[in-house]
Design a protein around this ligand. Structure first.
Ligand code: PBG
Length: 344
């Protein structure tokens, strides 16, 4: 007789007989070795991607006050940082560029001699065993700080932005980016980039889509670092309302259909539900971005002695991986990779 054929009462009796004693989950928590053995989520340095802010010049390392441990670096120093991360087994770097000059169209974003492009060429020349990702956006390059050209109605003109984003991705691919990562939240940006890359012979350049990118207050320190705060208004006309999860899944489905190779959720800790939903729904690699504000909070509380910053950082990144991310972009990437080496 199967359980399905038992009456409810018999089933309860059978279960009671089958159980050898009270369940004691603490058995497997008894020693460090047991805990290691049954650990469900493990971090590996190869999952970690470090953001680098690349500025003009050479020999520059300029600390960012709201992000202790993070600096704006010139392309030569960026290549050194990438080499250090590669030495720690890190998975990749994602590059953000600061231009010499800003204008209404964000012209320098697609300049072949721009800071990101320069850094990409140097990193490629060093043949490091890590992945190079270029953030593809215009807000660091426009004088108004928005993610595309402003149209007659005073808002970002979607299709004009697509042209600029495609030109930017092409210059990044020419400079050797393995992956371009469009973060402007323009409709159709993945298809526009895929089309432009393929037409120019860069069918091997992958796209990591910032598909589910909320208009988040947690980007504050980044905007100081990249000098990309909007000069007027905000980004809520193109980035998503943080209240919306189903809409985030629509964005992800569209980006996947447009040819995205990797889907990214951002910010990470406030978006754990989306990471889990994305993992369950799509078979693409899922990445999550622990953004500047998430990092700044951990560092600030750590500096005040209110939390143990190392344990809290590992717990937060562990939670992001537990939720389903296989790739984590974090400002603590090199630090975590170092801790993981120590722990071995
Ligand atoms: C560019 C971009 C931003 C971030 C990543 N790409 C800023 C923004 O959208 O305002 C934020 C990353 C972070 O906060 O660490 N659009």
């Amino acid at each position: 007789m199967t359980t399905a054929q038992l009456s409810a009462e018999q089933a309860t009796d059978a279960a009671a007989v089958a159980l050898p004693g009270p369940v004691r989950l603490r058995r497997l928590r008894r020693t460090p070795a047991l805990r290691d053995l049954v650990r469900e989520t493990r971090l590996h340095p190869s999952m970690l991607v470090a953001p680098l802010f690349v500025c003009p010049g050479s020999g520059v390392r300029e600390p960012i006050s709201s992000m202790p441990g993070v600096a704006r670096v010139s392309a030569d120093i960026a290549a050194e940082d990438a080499e250090r991360l590669a030495g720690l087994g890190g998975g990749g770097v994602i590059l953000f560029g600061l231009p010499r000059t800003k204008d209404a169209l964000g012209t320098e974003a697609s300049a072949d001699d721009g800071s990101i492009q320069d850094a990409l060429r140097r990193i490629r020349a060093a043949a490091l065993p890590l992945v190079t990702i270029a953030d593809t956006c215009l807000c660091e390059y426009t004088d108004h700080g928005h993610c595309g050209p402003i149209g007659a109605d005073g808002t970002v003109e979607n299709d004009a932005a697509l042209e600029r984003l495609a030109a930017t991705a092409l210059s990044q691919a020419r400079a050797g980016a393995d992956i371009v990562a469009p973060s402007a939240m323009m409709d159709g940006q993945v298809a526009a980039l895929r089309g432009a890359l393929d037409a120019a012979g860069f069918s091997g350049t992958a796209i990591m889509a910032y598909a589910a990118k909320h208009a988040s207050a947690f980007y504050g320190p980044f905007r100081e670092a990249a000098g990309s705060a909007p000069a007027f208004g905000d980004r809520r006309g193109y980035q998503m309302d943080p209240a919306n999860g189903r809409e985030a899944l629509r964005e992800m489905a569209l980006d996947a259909a447009e040819g995205a190779d990797i889907l990214l959720v951002k910010p990470a800790l406030p978006g754990l539900d989306l990471i889990a939903a994305a993992r369950a729904r799509f078979d693409l690699p899922i990445a999550a971005y622990q953004v500047s504000g998430e990092y700044a909070m951990l560092r600030a509380a750590g500096e005040r002695g209110w939390i143990d910053p190392r344990a809290a950082t590992m717990e937060a990144v562990g939670a992001i991986v537990r939720a389903g991310a296989g790739i984590v972009i974090t400002y603590a990437a090199a630090e975590i990779a170092g801790w993981l080496q120590e722990a071995r």
